[in-house]
Write a protein that binds this ligand. Structure first.
Ligand code: ADP
Length: 419
């Protein structure tokens, strides 16, 4: 029986949430998109990954309510709406509109918002979101191509996205503990405040907030505020102590590393891995445009997969810009994603059973190419980046999917050690 039904607005966000919930040892299952059939083989924690962050509002709402419906059929009575810890959204949404749609479906008149993720440097004070020491609007998120964040104040960001009043439970209240937070939420509810931002600067704050909000039909936030929930459910018997545990299947050791992210951290991870002597093949989009995937596949199939070869399109920002000017940004991205997907399939067919993938969009493309629709969450490699276990073409495989800036410099070798 599913205890908590979660819906995430993008795929790597879903794996991030899954990894934190799985720290409890309880089985967590992640579905890519709303499953077509009725719920089966369900876990105590079910997460549905959507691709709704920048989708048109009506589409995001329709997909999210379909996900809610599936999770209710799986038995869930409490729900978590997961968005980015940098509150990635536009003035139209989709965080607020989706939350209001979920509230209407669940018949609840209040929810909370806590995108804080202290371990990853996201904190909220007096309703203002910080990235490390910088206010959100001064962080690199101010220049995000799709959701530039030009205000740091979560109440101001939320107000244009919703129809009902927005309020704040501040850090001073959180410091007084769960009962104080509950009392403040009730007081705000009495005043008609439907959307409550809650401050958090450390994991201890998140524990207090989770305790105060755990009975809400709908909680919303980044992944971190959900992290204490499994233990709270075990403590009060909502989740039995013998609830299904995470699985760790047997796997052959053929491994491939596929990197399609050009973030600063992924550049450092590729450099570190090559410096360790890993076999590596650079995918140059200009060459791919003329020669296609075959040279990369030929190289890959000649490799010893026990040495975990790397194929990477990762490059520094100036080179990426040059390629984008020549090929077009979308076309260059799609080309690299297609070639890395073809390489993933070729690696599987050559016996690889462990896949390390860097890049959010890249991860989506590779999982789709491998035909993966459900992932069981395993060991955590870095905060928010777990190994996952799934089936591809009848084979048991392990897959880790890392969005651009996650993981340490040694991520690619860390991942292999963690399995
Ligand atoms: P991140 O998680 O860092 O944002 P993504 O995989 O989501 O990584 O996005 C990176 C995008 O850039 C993908 O569409 C990928 O195909 C594309 N890309 C990767 N390398 C290059 C390159 N060298 N030149 C142009 N585009 C690239």
């Amino acid at each position: 029986m599913t205890i908590l039904g979660c819906i995430a607005d993008d795929f790597t966000g879903a794996t991030d949430l899954a990894g934190l919930l799985a720290r409890s040892g309880v089985r967590v299952s992640l579905r890519i998109g709303v499953p077509k059939g009725p719920p089966s083989d369900t876990a105590p924690f079910e997460i549905i990954a959507l691709k709704s962050r920048t989708a048109p509002k009506s589409e995001a709402v329709a997909e999210t309510t379909a996900a809610l419906d599936w999770l209710r059929r799986a038995g869930a009575q409490r729900f978590f709406w997961k968005y980015c810890s940098t509150f990635d959204s536009t003035a139209e949404g989709n965080i607020g509109p989706v939350a209001e749609a979920l509230m209407a479906e669940l018949g609840t008149d209040q929810t909370m918002y806590c995108p804080a993720f202290p371990e990853n440097g996201r904190s909220i004070f007096m309703g203002n979101l910080f990235v490390g020491r910088l206010p959100l609007a001064e962080s690199p998120m101010k220049d995000h191509p799709l959701t530039p964040m030009r205000d740091s104040n979560l109440m101001r960001l939320l107000e244009p996205q919703v129809t009902r009043p927005v309020g704040l439970v501040d850090r001073l209240c959180v410091a007084r503990g769960p009962d104080a937070v509950k009392a403040e939420l009730s007081a705000l509810n009495a005043k008609g405040v439907a959307h409550v931002v809650i401050d958090a600067v450390a994991n201890d704050d998140l524990a207090i907030i989770a305790k105060a909000c755990r009975d809400m039909p709908l909680m919303t936030g980044g992944s971190a505020v959900a992290m204490p929930l499994p233990m709270l459910y075990v403590a009060d018997g909502t989740l039995s102590a013998d609830a299904p545990k995470a699985r760790a299947p047997e796997l052959a050791n053929g491994t491939v590393v596929l990197s399609g992210s050009s973030s600063a951290m992924t550049n450092a991870q590729v450099a570190d891995y090559i410096a360790r002597g890993a076999p590596a093949f650079r995918l140059d989009p200009l060459t791919l445009a003329t020669d296609g995937a075959q040279p990369a596949i030929d190289w890959l199939t000649a490799q010893d997969l026990s040495r975990a070869p790397l194929l990477y399109a990762t490059d520094d920002p100036a080179n990426v810009r040059t390629v984008q000017e020549k090929l077009g940004t979308a076309a260059a991205g799609a080309l690299v994603e297609r070639v890395l997907s073809d390489c993933a399939v070729a690696a599987r067919d050559a016996g690889a059973r462990r896949f390390i993938v860097a890049g959010g969009e890249t991860s989506g493309a590779v999982t789709q190419a491998l035909g993966v629709t459900q992932l069981d969450i395993g060991a955590e490699i870095a905060p928010g980046v777990p190994w996952t276990y799934c089936q591809s073409d009848g084979h048991q495989i392990a897959l880790t999917l890392k969005s651009g800036n996650f993981g340490a410099e040694t991520f690619f070798s860390d991942a292999q050690e963690a399995l």
